[in-house]
Design a protein around this ligand. Structure first.
Ligand code: HEM
Ligand code: HEM
Length: 146
């Protein structure tokens, strides 16, 4: 049996405590990778304060686990999804695939105990949050039939 919550939690603690380089590089490494992954991503973050963005992601990752385990959608998550919808930041579904692949690659490099279980845990735990964000995006996309 694989306990995905525990595997994720332990991996997350390891990457947060990663001292293989000076200080903790996890969020810097993730955003370096993500911004370089596509000109569209770089464009989306052109006017964004990246230091604040890194702090935000650090807070959000624990909440992704929270969503995965509790299956409760708080109002502020609806608001976050709305901020990514076509009328606002306009984050199309394929950008979430890129986001996840960049995140997994960063975990692979930062977690000294990275293995298939760790990869699966991160993928499963992020998938619910992504499903929610993409659902709201698609619902808020105008179609010719309204
Ligand atoms: C993808 C999922 C989620 C994201 C990205 C997210 C993001 C955030 C962020 C950025 C904050 C502000 C953190 C801070 O300023 O310290 C926050 C606060 C909070 N979130 Fe979420 N959240 C998510 C899901 C959830 C879920 C599922 C729950 C509970 C069922 C939850 C409960 C809370 C609570 C209790 C707070 C603190 C509110 C407060 O300080 O007044 N979140 N969340
Ligand atoms: C599950 C994946 C994601 C989560 C949980 C997430 C969460 C968040 C949160 C909590 C905020 C801050 C909202 C606020 O309080 O102002 C935010 C802002 C933002 N996110 Fe995401 N995000 C995700 C994926 C993405 C992706 C794939 C992109 C693509 C480039 C993206 C681009 C942005 C941008 C541009 C902002 C606005 C920053 C600003 O104006 O300050 N996000 N995101």
């Amino acid at each position: 049996m694989i306990d995905l919550d525990a595997v994720f939690n332990e991996s997350y603690i390891r990457v947060l405590n990663d001292k293989t380089s000076v200080g903790n590089r996890f969020f810097d490494d993730f955003y370096d990778r993500f911004l370089a992954s596509s000109p569209l991503v770089a464009e989306k973050f052109k006017n964004v304060d990246m230091a604040a963005q890194k702090t935000m992601l650090k807070q959000s990752l624990f909440y992704l686990l929270n969503l995965y385990t509790m299956k409760k959608i708080p109002d502020h998550l609806t608001e976050i999804a709305r901020q990514h919808d076509p009328a606002h930041a306009d984050i199309a579904p394929e950008l979430y695939n890129l986001w996840l692949e960049c995140l997994i690659d960063t975990v692979r490099e930062s977690d000294p105990q990275f293995n298939d279980d760790v990869e699966l845990a991160w993928r499963m735990i992020c998938s619910q949050g992504i499903a929610f964000m993409v659902f709201v995006y698609n619902k808020n996309t105008k179609t010719p039939h309204g």
